[in-house]
Design a binder for this molecule. Sequence first.
Ligand code: NAP
Length: 476
Amino acid sequence: MAVTATERKLLIAGEWIETGDWLDVRSPYSGELVARVAKGGAAETRRAIDAAAAVLAEPLPAHKRAEILVKVAGAIGRRHEEVARTISDEAGKPIKAARVEASRAMSTFTFAAVEARKLAGTMVPMDAAQAGEGKVGFTIRRPIGVVGAISPFNFPCNLVAHKIAPALAAGCPVVLKPASQTPLSALLLAELETEAGLPPGWLNVVAGSASEIGDVLVEDPRVRLITFTGSGPVGWKLQERAPKKRVKLELGNSTPVVVAADADLDRAADKLAANAFSFAGQSCISVQRIYIERSAIGAFLERFLPKVEALKVGDPADDETDVGPVIDDGARERILAWVEEAESAGARVLVGGGVERELLRPTVLSDVPDDAKVSCQEVFGPVCIVNPVDSIEEAVERANGTRYGLQAGVFTTTLDNAVKAAAGLEFGGVTVNEAPTFRSDQMPYGGVKDSGNTKEGPAWAVREMTEERLVVLDVS
Ligand code: NAP
């Protein structure tokens, strides 16, 4: 396995600093040390906020922000394999999926650059009211201030990009806390931003103690917005503790798919086998629950199960690997226990179950009760369930039987079913004849219910990170 780095420092106020303490980053596949990263805490976070707050007095014009964002996209392109290897080494993500993530990060920076150039307010028709006669009114969008960004382990490059690129587009300096298991991609992006000409203080990266860093981001009034992607309990607690800040949450899901009897079953089987197990199911929109009309379940499983069995489980550094490790032993044991719980409640294992050379096998379960954990909670592992239903209405109702609401999918060849499902599924996004794992980086992406309270995608994130100010000119 390639070791991407041995020691990495934190970026604060344009300086790469050590702290005297280190965080070990280990390969989730081999357990080998990939790198040591300087470990920060409250003191480093305060210094990072000082640096970020100071640059607000020296705003960068939009064209400069856009140029830097475009340069970063270009740099990711030039160092694409290094970025992909870094993702793969620290997260255990199969290298072919890591290459896709690196390409998507280029796209995220490119779209953010577009948003920087078109950031504008709107005209207000003042003379539409008698009181407004003789006045001109318009709004401008101002950067909200210092952004505190907290990112998860599973997309350590592109989800960091979804925070720092829109923030720069909006004119906001950032203090970023990456996941402790995967800080290397964030630090590499910070290096690329610095090389692209981002002045000191605009991006500060503090890896280390989540509670210490989180506490300072919550308590310091100069941090005006916290953008968090991760698990629900952490996210909602942050919001509760910071009622005067904008706290933007992108959280989990228990991703359902409705398959109608009239669906193109070859297409559904292809898409769902690929998207239930990619990165060992550790995507917030990994396909988890398939509800299929009873008359089609036999034909679907004939197509679907061989595709799942053909997935190659193994070393994430290998070009052929489809399914690598989950992030750590604790996650593996939890997922095994959830599958056992479903089995003891009557579920049948159709494929997989258990481990192979310490890696979880892609597992398909059927006849799973709705109250089993693999059904009603987020598995975040290579497990999906296929349950028969008697109608599209029942499928939609059972798909909605979760506290989550990020994305859902439907496979059908009739417009009627597509419209019915799109209208009935209580999720932030619904895909039709595409797996709900689909995400393209310019689209609005975010959930309802326990899945969050915002949309990412540069155009949406930039709006969140700016404040609209009304200007009224008296021209009478
Ligand atoms: P997590 O455990 O909630 O961690 C996410 C981030 O929060 C990490 O940087 C973590 O730091 C930090 N954190 C933990 N406790 C904190 C605290 N008290 N204050 C401030 N920060 C704190 O989530 P994860 O396991 O990395 O990610 C998996 C979850 O993310 C899943 O639920 C998944 O569905 C969700 N997710 C959602 C989306 C989306 O766009 N909706 C995308 C990807 C993932 P440490 O690493 O140091 O603990």
